[in-house]
Design a protein around this ligand. Structure first.
Ligand SMILES: C[S@@+](CC[C@H](N)C(=O)[O-])C[C@H]1O[C@@H](n2cnc3c(N)ncnc32)[C@H](O)[C@@H]1O
Length: 219
């Protein structure tokens, strides 16, 4: 058994068994498209080291790892504070190019400047404002200079249906962290921790935004 890591974030130990069935339904069949888009934005090299923050059962981590060559030092690594998510991820998807560790995003145990790029999907609406700040600060610390940060998460809704879904889930799930996201806190938080101001790359489902930022100036 893998122990969960203490955090004030909303972890999903209880959902680990059904997560792979529920997530595609919640995203109305868009999960594959969004994940493929995130991988294309990462634009990884086979020797890169990529961190997936709040990886759940590791579907995106695995997709990234298919671009990696471990003999060249390349791998993708997913972290999640829920021990059961990490157990499920390792069992279903773990290999030398695709690794998983139980860890809290606000307290990463990696050395400074370990990763070439960092990705995160549907994680930041699970943690409250101060943890969002700490998690972005930690992402900045462990990313190499010039590295990319790619985020897909709930943000200011762009359609009536998107607003309905986002506000309903905030209240049904009693999740004020979603309320913070849909007020639009993410871009400034990302910039305040040292990244470039994130570009909005795409909107999905009227409430999910894909952001791209860098650590430092690429030019
Ligand atoms: C909605 S799931 C997203 C999973 C996956 N990235 C995906 O796109 O399907 C959010 C995940 O964040 C994890 N989580 C919550 N708080 C966390 C924290 N402080 N540090 C790391 N993971 C956390 C939960 O356990 C859960 O697996």
């Amino acid at each position: 058994m893998i122990e969960s890591i203490p955090t004030r974030g909303r972890t999903l130990d209880m959902a680990s068994v059904v997560y792979d069935l529920l997530e595609p339904l919640c995203l109305l069949g868009q999960q594959k498209k969004i994940n493929n888009h995130l991988v294309s934005l990462l634009d990884v090299k086979s020797c890169d080291k990529v961190l997936d923050v709040g990886c759940g059962t590791g579907v995106l981590t695995k997709l990234i790892s298919e671009k990696m060559n471990p003999t060249e030092g390349g791998y993708s690594l997913g972290i999640d504070a829920a021990g059961k998510m990490i157990s499920a991820a390792r069992k279903k998807r773990g290999n030398t190019a695709c690794k998983f560790e139980a860890m809290a995003a606000e307290s990463l145990s990696f050395e400074n400047e370990t990763f070439d790029s960092i990705v995160s999907s549907f994680f930041y609406h699970h943690i409250q404002f101060d943890l969002k700040q700490k998690a972005f600060a930690e992402a900045y610390r462990v990313l190499k200079p010039g590295g990319k940060l790619i985020i897909a998460d709930m943000h200011i809704p762009t359609s009536f249906m998107g607003a309905l879904t986002a506000h309903t889930s905030r209240w049904i799930l009693f999740q004020p962290q979603i309320g913070e996201n849909i007020k639009g806190v993410l871009p400034e938080l990302i910039e305040n921790e040292g990244f470039s101001y994130p570009k909005t790359v795409e909107n999905y489902l009227g409430y999910v935004t894909v952001f791209s930022a860098n650590k430092g100036n690429l030019f």
